[in-house]
Design a protein around this ligand. Structure first.
Ligand code: PLP
Length: 900
């Protein structure tokens, strides 16, 4: 509860508008999650400015607004008058973030609960919850909300603090140097709790030592007479304490989570059972501690030991329980009450939370976040809990924010996977390193599946499950008859809860049982792009387009996807993984060098190089195991020599030029073609895999030319048949021919453009259901007014006729945003067209936003794709540039990052 007079006094704010509302249920800074009677706080952040949403907040029932004076003055007349009509209280401060912090300090002093601050690398939220649960059995206890743990989140959650609260248990984040000290200044905790120190968020800290130093500021911030609880088994914490004791005459009392552990044992070794019912451990009864000698044999001196148990899954949660236990006892709560409170501890959403899965599987949903330590704990738990005879499946996404430690972290998880898990499914490119290392550590490759999308990861798991026998006698939740246990985990940004949702037996419960289900989260788009101009790829569109093609051509015809030019600018690696999961069986590239990153990423599918392979690159081609296109006997012989030298076999496809006039032996030289086919069959080290041709006009309205090429190709095939020389894979069709000419599909089709959801040509359209995968976006870097009569951009080719509001955009021709002979003409901002003014520069350009007055710095700009109701398609852009869609998408240069 927030009282207006407290707020005004603490923030030195003024009343911008008075109303009957003098108290508020809570603070809220996100209108998408706002509940009635809350106080909306307008904050400026990376993703927008809260002052743009004041009316929205009022519409959703906010009874008060906390705003910044300057921004409030700059509101439009319209907004101000609309607000003045409403029965709401408006509090004006200079800086809303600071105001919240001042409020937090003040309200803690006014109601003075005992503040317990919990921090550490992992397990903060679980520990905070456990402590709060234990204290609640005797005291009115406040806990910080979810994982709102920074200088914005903590004050926001303190809006729910009330006078009756005797304790406030608050989680402190540690994302950047100085944060813990700042939070401690604000909260003045009397009690500190440190769970552990491990590599996490290392992008903000140059080393583990720096992180440890940061976390240690909790200890040094405690007042004289304060208490510090710590995990005695963490060596980094031990080192810290040793130093603290050396450097300072100890004004505070330090308590290990567990005192008097028998020599040589760690608390983890006291765990006696980890089952689906939870974790259990045996500790020395507090009164009897002094006499404890041998914990290995608790039954001998039964009365000296007690079992602590909770419903939390995983051995590592024993530390969580001990922390809560120790604090409970130190606050004078009767031991049996503390024990009872621990028994009631249940897994939090997204933290090793067991959920019934499809096909008699059990999901261990651990999708809230991932670090190396918590992933290791997850794998350990998976392997402990899976009953004999069930399969242990891990679905792992990327672990992010590990600084330089990223590669080794994923590799070390790979080694643990090989040890603990039967099947591994990865999602994402960092996670692919887990797969690579698991394979190196001896995990059979057929038990490893690498994917790029949530859908493909879930689909792969479903395929595994459907291959397992199901018992008909039991329900899916029967723990005895589980087919498989599936651990699902990845960093917050990887949104692995979507995989969980796709595998839940009761997916309609997702909104209650999974993390990040609020409307705000559902919409939140995590951008990892390293600059504010980026290409977004919808891999689900690519997956679905591939399935469309595969079902169109039927099971007799296989699908090769053309991945040249970085998958037409879409990013070859992720596209490759996605199409291979959705029905493609072969990949096509233009050059040997394009195959290298695919092989390095352990994509082992067959790859055909369409283009010229010079002799000096033949050994590389052999090393990569790619199929090579041949069209001369001499080159075939050179390839054979290279194969013999390396003691390998190379697959070849003979290329016939039936009228494209590009690479290949001319169809008129039939004898030469037959000769090459014979040679390819017999040369040592060569395996004749295919023969193909390519159409020049499959995308034309008039099909005469493609028909001519087709019949020429068929003649060649007949000649081959006559001598029984026909290779196993005959192929001809690009996207247009695949769609328009079923006779040209033969054994395999080679679509490119259709996979990306783009039209093969203005006269060959995609059937219903295909969708484009690529969007090209940037953000407004400046908005300003230019007086009439002024020039814009190089050469001042555009002169303003009237005062003009322009937006500067950080995109230019060196990104593929073309300058001439014709440019893009316009882009989309707030769902409207904004015309380009003057010349496009190398890295920037300017657009007219006079008619879009709400445009602000940071707003999204769409160069290709959809915004609101408007679409700017690659085809429209192509028309404006006097080009075609293939060139538009593959012409977006490499310095533009790709995200998905
Ligand atoms: C690029 C290419 C394709 C794919 O063509 P689309 O028109 O994009 O479907 C097929 N075959 C060869 C040899 C290619 O070079």
């Amino acid at each position: 509860m927030i009282y207006l007079d407290h707020l005004l006094k603490a923030t030195q704010g003024t009343l911008g508008q008075r109303s009957k509302h003098t108290h508020f249920q809570a603070f809220n800074h996100d209108t998408r999650q706002l509940a009635p009677d809350e106080l909306f706080v307008a904050v400026r952040g990376e993703r927008g400015n809260g002052h743009d949403h004041l009316l929205d907040a009022v519409r959703k029932g906010a009874s008060g607004l906390l705003v910044e004076g300057l921004a409030f003055q700059q509101l439009s007349e319209q907004t101000r008058s609309a607000l003045s009509q409403e029965e709401i209280t408006i509090i004006v401060v200079e800086d809303t973030r600071l105001a919240l912090q001042h409020y937090a300090s003040a309200i803690l002093q006014i109601w003075h609960p005992t503040v317990i601050a919990v921090t550490g690398s992992v397990g903060k939220t679980s520990t905070k919850e456990a402590i709060a649960n234990v204290l609640s059995c005797q005291f009115n206890t406040f806990r910080s909300w979810q994982n709102y743990n920074d200088t914005l989140g903590i004050p926001l959650s303190l809006g729910r603090l009330e006078a009756r609260h005797e304790y406030a248990v608050i989680e402190l984040g540690c994302d950047h140097p100085g944060e813990i000290a700042a939070l401690c200044r604000m909260l003045q905790p009397q009690i500190g709790v440190l769970t552990n120190i491990s590599p996490v968020q290392l992008q903000y800290f140059s080393s583990l030592e720096h992180l440890a130093f940061e976390l240690s500021t909790l200890l040094t911030s405690l007042p004289a007479g304060g208490h510090f609880f710590y995990n005695q088994d963490d060596p980094t914490i031990q080192a810290l304490l040793a130093q603290y004791v050396r450097d300072t005459p100890s004004p505070i009392t330090c308590h290990p989570f567990l005192e008097n552990i028998p020599e040589g044992l760690s608390a983890q070794q006291l765990v006696t059972a980890v089952t689906w019912q939870g974790v259990q451990g045996s500790i020395v009864r507090p009164e009897a501690r002094e006499h404890a000698t041998d914990v290995e044999a608790p039954e001998k001196e039964g009365q000296q030991y007690i079992q602590l148990s909770s419903q939390l899954l995983g051995r590592h949660h024993f530390d969580t329980m001990l922390a809560a236990y120790q604090i409970g006892l130190s606050r004078g709560i009767f031991p049996t009450h503390v024990e009872q409170a621990l028994t009631d501890l249940k897994p939090l959403v997204g933290r090793l939370n067991p959920l019934p899965g499809v096909r008699q599987s059990m999901l261990l949903d651990d999708s809230h976040n991932a670090t190396p330590a918590s992933t290791a704990a997850g794998l350990q738990t998976l392997s402990t809990l899976a009953p004999a005879g069930s399969q242990r499946i891990a679905i792992l996404g990327d672990m992010l924010h590990l600084g330089d430690y990223e590669e080794e972290a994923h590799r070390s998880i790979g080694r643990q996977v090989a040890e603990h898990v039967d099947y591994l499914i990865t999602r994402g490119e960092w996670a692919a390193l887990i797969a690579e290392e698991a394979q190196l550590a001896g995990m059979p490759v057929e038990r490893i599946i690498m994917t790029s999308t949530h859908e493909d990861a879930a689909q792969a798991a479903r395929r595994l499950l459907s291959a397992l026998p199901t018992s008909t006698t039991s329900s899916s939740t029967d723990l005895e008859n589980l087919n498989a246990v599936i651990l699902i985990k990845g960093s917050e940004e990887t949104r692995m809860e979507r995989v969980t949702e796709l595998l839940m037996a009761r997916p309609w419960e997702a909104s209650e049982l999974l993390v990040r289900q609020t409307p705000g989260w559902k919409k939140t788009f995590f951008m990892h792009a390293e600059r504010p101009t980026w290409v977004e790829i919808d891999l689900n569109a690519i997956g679905s387009n591939t399935r469309h093609i595969a079902s169109l051509v039927g099971p007799q015809t296989s699908v090769l996807v053309a991945l040249k030019a970085d998958a037409y600018g879409h990013g070859a690696l992720k596209v490759a993984r996605t199409v291979l999961q959705n029905g493609a069986s072969m990949l096509g590239v233009a050059t040997v060098s394009e195959a290298i990153p695919l092989r390095e990423a352990h994509i082992n599918a067959p790859i055909l190089v369409f283009g010229y392979v010079p002799r000096w690159q033949m050994r590389e081609a052999l090393r990569l195991g790619v199929s090579v296109t041949i069209y001369s006997k001499e080159e075939a012989q050179a390839l054979s020599r290279a194969a013999i030298a390396l003691d390998k076999v190379v697959k070849v496809h003979v290329k016939v030029d039936t009228g494209m006039g590009r690479l290949g032996i001319r169809y008129e030289e039939r004898e030469k073609i037959l000769e090459l086919v014979r040679t390819a069959r017999h040369l040592p080290g060569l395996e004749l895999e295919g023969i193909y041709t390519h159409f020049a006009q499959a995308d034309a309205e008039d099909q005469a030319h493609v028909q001519m090429q087709l019949s020429r190709f068929q003649e060649i095939l007949q000649a081959l048949d006559a001598e029984e020389l026909r290779p196993p894979i005959v192929h001809a069709a690009n996207s247009a021919a695949t769609l328009m000419l079923p006779e040209a599909r033969f054994d395999m089709v080679r679509p490119g453009i259709a996979i990306y959801g783009l039209e093969p040509s203005p006269s060959v359209h995609l059937p219903e259901g295909f969708r484009p995968a690529l969007s090209f976006k940037t953000q407004v870097s400046q908005v300003k007014w230019i007086p009439a009569g002024e020039g814009i951009s190089y050469g001042s080719t555009y002169i303003t006729e009237k005062p003009t509001c322009i937006a500067v955009l950080p995109v230019g021709y060196a990104d593929g945003f073309r300058r001439g002979p014709q440019n893009w003409q316009s882009v989309l901002i707030h769902g409207q067209e904004a015309p380009i003014l003057g010349r496009v520069c190398m890295d920037q350009c300017m657009v007219d936003v006079t008619h879009i007055p709400q445009t602000r710095m940071g707003d999204e700009v769409v160069l290709i794709g959809r915004q609101g109701e408007m679409t700017l398609s690659a085809e429209t852009v192509a028309e404006r540039l006097g080009s075609f869609n293939y060139e538009v998408v593959s012409g977006i240069l490499a310095r533009v990052p790709r995200v998905d």
